[in-house]
Design a protein around this ligand. Structure first.
Ligand code: GLA
Length: 383
């Protein structure tokens, strides 16, 4: 669905359900060029917002109740604003969590009516949940707090929602990207200091292409949180607050005292944080072949050491190598979702055709392919 069609649908649905129109807000999904699983280790990430959004129409309703309808899930929820009012439906807990986290920080949220929809593909690793959180955090800041909550805090409100209401102990990358995204720019964020820099990203002669495997391996025992625990254990062992400060030499020195699994996890993170910096240098030189090579290294590490890839994504990575794609890797948290590919213009069509055909032959469905358009993050939608 195009963003235009979605907007029309939201307007019509809001009118039918709640009457008087509200205001429209949107926030974006994200990509990450490099720097995976580094955010909660105090390292660097390199994300950007994309042209796929969650959009919501919202109007204060003068009560102490929130009434919200999700067009995509075709479900309605109504809840109060106290801790004990938490809704059961997991999609509604994102909205509830945002309200609660604003209130916990001394901000104001009163009752409102909302209808929302999105075109960020679900389960693709493009962070539709951060888009939803950032859309509501931004909107409630405008509607009830005169825009006084600063943007970084809006991102933290989204992150705390994941921690406290959705069971995912995530880092700050997704919400940061969704709130701060700027058209045509990637951002390098230092997740320890919170310092960030915009990097114009218009590679001459290359495209960024997402290949979405449309598989999602839900692992019962919350593997994301387990990865984070491994990293924290090793950091403690080394006497550091996070792995940001750890070196390979230090890690080698404790190899005999930690599990082989924890060793591999920490090795990946230590290598990955240097890769982000190497990619920044390469980008400044316009050296996209080096950027691409680092992306392959990241994939290798995520697959073998961090073990968050899966057969389907490794297969897509192999196809990228075989068709001469400059760089390719699994993107986001892992266990399914998509690969991000840096593809020279003259290889693009061949790669996409091969990926679709060979994946379909092997897994019985075609992957979805999207050209990445780097766009704005959280905003009020002006009509
Ligand atoms: C998920 C999390 C992020 C980050 C990535 C991996 O998207 O929400 O905080 O850790 O995984 O880089």
């Amino acid at each position: 669905m195009t963003t235009q069609e979605m907007q029309k649908n939201i307007r019509e649905t809001f009118k039918q359900r709640f009457g008087e129109p509200g205001e429209l807000f949107a926030s974006a999904g994200r990509i990450n060029l490099i720097g995976e699983h580094t955010d909660y280790n105090g390292g660097f990430v390199f994300p950007g917002a994309i042209d796929k959004v969650i959009m919501a129409e919202i109007r204060p309703n003068g009560t102490d109740k929130v009434r919200v309808f999700s067009i995509d899930i075709n479900d309605y929820a109504e809840f109060g604003l106290n801790e004990e009012d938490a809704p059961k439906a997991s999609w509604a807990r994102y909205v509830f969590g945002i309200c609660r986290e604003i209130i916990k920080r001394g901000g104001t949220v009163k009752g409102f009516d909302a209808v929302f929809a999105g075109n960020v593909p679900l389960g693709a690793g493009l962070s539709s949940s951060a888009a939803l959180e950032s859309c509501f955090a931004f909107a409630l800041n405008e509607l009830f707090n005169d825009g006084k909550i600063d943007k970084f805090e809006l991102a933290r409100i989204g992150q705390s929602t994941e921690h406290n209401y959705c069971g995912v102990n995530c880092g700050i990358m997704d919400q940061f990207a969704s709130v701060f995204g700027k058209e045509g720019n990637l951002m390098r964020l230092d997740c320890r200091s919170g310092e960030y820099e915009y990097f114009p990203f218009r590679p001459e002669g290359y495209k960024l292409v997402l290949v979405d495997s449309r598989v999602k391996h839900e692992l019962a025992d919350s593997p994301y949180n387990k990865r984070r625990e491994s990293c924290e254990r090793v950091a403690r062992k080394l006497g550091h607050e996070t792995l940001r400060d750890a070196t390979m030499e230090e890690l080698e020195a404790v190899k005999g005292d930690i599990s082989a699994e924890d060793f591999s996890r920490a090795k990946f993170v230590i290598e990955e944080k240097d890769r982000v910096l190497a990619v920044c240098d390469a980008l400044e030189r316009g050296d996209y072949e080096t950027v691409g090579r680092k992306m392959y290294e990241t994939h290798e590490g995520l697959s073998k050491d961090y073990e968050v890839s899966c057969e389907e994504l490794d297969f897509l990575n192999d196809i990228a190598r075989e068709t001469g794609v400059a760089g390719s890797r699994i993107m986001g948290g892992g266990f399914g979702g998509c690969t991000i590919n840096l593809v020279a213009d003259d290889r693009h069509d061949h790669f996409v055709a091969e990926a679709k055909q060979r994946f379909n032959e092997k897994y019985g469905h075609e992957p979805m392919v999207y050209d990445v358009v780097i766009s704005d993050g959280a905003r009020k939608v002006e009509e």
